[in-house]
Write a protein of this length. Structure first.
Length: 666
């Protein structure tokens, strides 16, 4: 990182309160976090509120989707793919292809394009969500160019524990969930079921009716998601644990039609009438940690993940016929299997050394109705090492390195004119090295300083290499990995036992970025290793215990993204500035009130310069305990009914409310 940049950005040192930090640490001692599912470099990493959202926080602010829960963190921006009605996030400017999503350390992103619709991942059964930014453990596996997101499940701590909720969302939606677990000493089980159903979302009353949207209830914005989870575990000793898990997600959704006025956007005159009747995921996994002796252990993860997806493109807004040239039914039937083995030893004094091997095979099968199935198969192998070296009581050095190789096993092309399937020309294996080092110094008990440098890579997805993008692109099977050199300086300081600051300054230099290059052939683009870019910014958090029953939290993110290769082509979806503030008040032991405000500056919505304006949202939540085992929650989001968008032409929800009855035995 350039010294000038570091000096200019070092002044906003803000974070969280010492008292809240203590509460956070105390709660972890008896929390229901499934620690076998964590991927952490150092043990106290999971106490960092700059990079973790707990179930308590998600519940208190009614964050039912992982994307909206992650938006509570600095450095993370809520984004969307409007034309596909997908909810996503950006982490320090990197999208979900470059920041893969895991469940208990097991990859759950879609094999074909590396993305995942985070709206399909509800939070009802989660204990926490972790974000690693830039300096993420190499033990996650490949493709963590800008970090990693890990969804951590629950583990029971009592002989019997349960909780659940039923509730209404506006006047046309409802949710319900139940979690139950039991810890019998050496054996435990945890299970859950959830259901979320909304007929539509309500648009702001300030929305001006457009050609394909008349306002009121947003047309074709329905969703249904249900999930079943189950885990059974055995802990034969204090340091050994074995767990089998199962997850079944079933979803369906509509796709609201473009409702903007950008004359350059093809959707203005050629709207999509799309629906997804099937968005299903099913996962089986085994995780274990075997304590070999006092200084050596072996951790394993084995998984099998299935993904089925059906997209219907209809003739018109009646969503009833498929007769026109642009109408189709597309079907995906994918699966992924793999695993990793991690050896951990502390045989060398002051060192905690880990070595790991990962294997992952992705199988993508696709076809439109009436066409033959095309097959694509990739496998990826990683060899990685990581060490935590305690130079002294105050100084820690953490180096890491990995070698990654991806091989395409099969890739089939289809000629819609001749109706013939053929193989793409074979492409050589692609390989990459990842290297990183972190330096952490405990200045005093209340002040900590850290600096990290990491070189990370991302392999091109199957879609990057082989998609024709509905006839507008040329495949490129020989794409090389993207590379990013990530720098970070971070600082934590506590003052007066009421105020703690956390901040991180970051800079990323991206080379061989995979970008779409226009007119490689007349009217056709191609994905190429064409781009160089630089992302830099600051994130910070403040948490202040004003009174015993009154606290204030604020976080701030500023990011600049520079397209060095093509300055006239704009990076999309990420605002320069995001500020969030939350005030929590407990006037009574049984009453908890939260007011939350969020500001996002304007952002580019298209690479040719279309913007969506800045917006400020105000939300209010209340929770009251009405009986020993029951509480009643209610809240209003977007109180001032702001008409705003994350993507031009796809307005977000206007004023909306919820009422939820919770039950529990905790």
């Amino acid at each position: 990182m350039k010294l000038k940049f570091a000096v200019l950005m070092l002044f906003p040192l803000i974070g969280f309160s010492q008292q809240n930090k203590k509460n956070e640490i105390d709660s972890l001692k008896t929390s229901n976090i499934f620690m076998l599912g964590e991927v952490v470099i150092i043990q106290n990493q999971n106490k960092d509120t700059l990079n973790r959202v707990t179930s308590k926080k998600m519940e208190s602010q009614n964050k039912m989707e992982v994307s909206k829960a992650l938006n509570l963190l600095p450095g993370v921006t809520l984004t969307a793919s409007g034309p596909r009605n997908e909810s996503m996030v950006s982490v320090r400017g990197f999208d979900l292809r470059q920041v893969p999503v895991y469940m208990d350390g097991i990859p759950v992103y879609v094999p074909y394009d590396g993305y995942v619709d985070l709206a399909r991942f509800t939070t009802f059964d989660l204990a926490a969500v972790d974000v690693s930014k830039g300096f993420s453990s190499v033990l996650y596996g490949p493709n963590s160019l800008g970090g990693a997101i890990n969804l951590i499940s629950r583990k029971p701590v009592k002989k019997l524990e349960y909780d659940g909720a039923i509730g209404a969302i506006n006047d046309n939606g409802y949710r319900g969930n139940v979690n139950i677990g039991s810890n019998l000493g050496k054996f435990y089980f945890q299970g859950g079921y959830s259901y979320l159903d909304r007929n539509s979302t309500r648009m702001s009353s300030d929305f001006v009716p457009m050609k394909n949207e008349d306002g009121g209830q947003r047309d074709n914005s329905y969703r249904k998601d249900q999930k079943i989870t189950f885990k059974i575990g055995w802990t034969p000793s204090k340091k050994s644990e074995y767990a089998l898990g199962y997850i079944n997600q079933q979803g369906e959704k509509g796709n609201p039609v473009y409702a903007g006025n950008d004359a350059k956007n093809s959707l203005l005159n050629n709207p999509r009438f799309w629906q997804w009747p099937v968005w299903n995921k099913e996962s089986y996994y085994f995780i274990s940690n075997s304590n070999l002796d006092d200084q050596n252990s072996l951790k394993t993860r084995i998984y099998y993940d299935k993904f089925k997806n059906t997209l219907n493109s209809f003739d018109d807004k009646t969503y009833s016929t498929m007769t026109k040239g642009y109408a189709f039914q597309s079907l995906y039937d994918d699966y992924t299997y793999g695993g990793n083995v991690e050896y951990n030893t502390q045989i060398i004094p002051k060192n905690d050394f880990k070595a790991a091997v990962h294997f992952k095979e992705d199988v993508h099968r696709e076809h439109n109705l009436g066409e033959p199935v095309r097959h694509f198969i990739d496998n990826t192998i990683l060899f990685g090492i990581e060490d935590v070296f305690k130079v002294s009581d105050k100084f820690t050095v953490i180096p890491g390195a990995s070698y990654n190789i991806r091989k395409n096993i099969q890739a089939q092309d289809y000629n819609s004119t001749t109706k013939v399937i053929s193989d793409y020309p074979a492409a050589a294996a692609s390989d990459a090295y990842n290297l990183q080092i972190g330096l952490f110094y405990q200045l005093t008990e209340d002040h900590k300083l850290g600096a990290t440098v990491s070189q990370k890579t991302r392999f091109a997805t199957i879609k990057d290499r082989y998609s024709y993008r509905m006839g507008t692109a040329i495949p490129n099977p020989t794409l090389k990995p993207e590379e990013a050199l990530n720098y970070e300086v971070n600082y934590t300081a506590a003052f007066f036992k009421k105020l703690t600051f956390q901040t991180a300054l970051f800079c990323s230099s991206i080379t061989d970025a995979i970008l779409s290059v226009s007119n490689v052939q007349p009217g056709k683009s191609q994905m190429q290793n064409f781009g160089e870019a630089e992302y830099r910014g600051v994130e910070a958090q403040l948490n202040y215990s004003i009174l015993k029953n009154l606290s204030f939290n604020a976080n701030y993110t500023y990011i600049e993204r520079k397209n060095i290769t093509s300055p006239s082509i704009h990076f999309t979806d990420v605002p320069n500035t995001k500020v969030m503030g939350t005030l929590e008040y407990e006037p009574l032991k049984v009453l908890h009130l939260i007011a939350n405000a969020e500001f996002n500056s304007s952002r580019f919505s298209t690479s040719y310069g279309t913007r969506v304006p800045d917006y400020t949202l105000l939300n209010f939540y209340a929770s009251g305990k009405i009986l020993k085992n029951f509480s009643l929650d209610a809240g209003i989001s977007n109180i001032f009914d702001r008409n705003y968008s994350l993507v031009e032409g796809f307005p977000e929800e206007g004023r909306n409310f919820f009422v939820t009855l919770r039950f529990f035995n905790q």
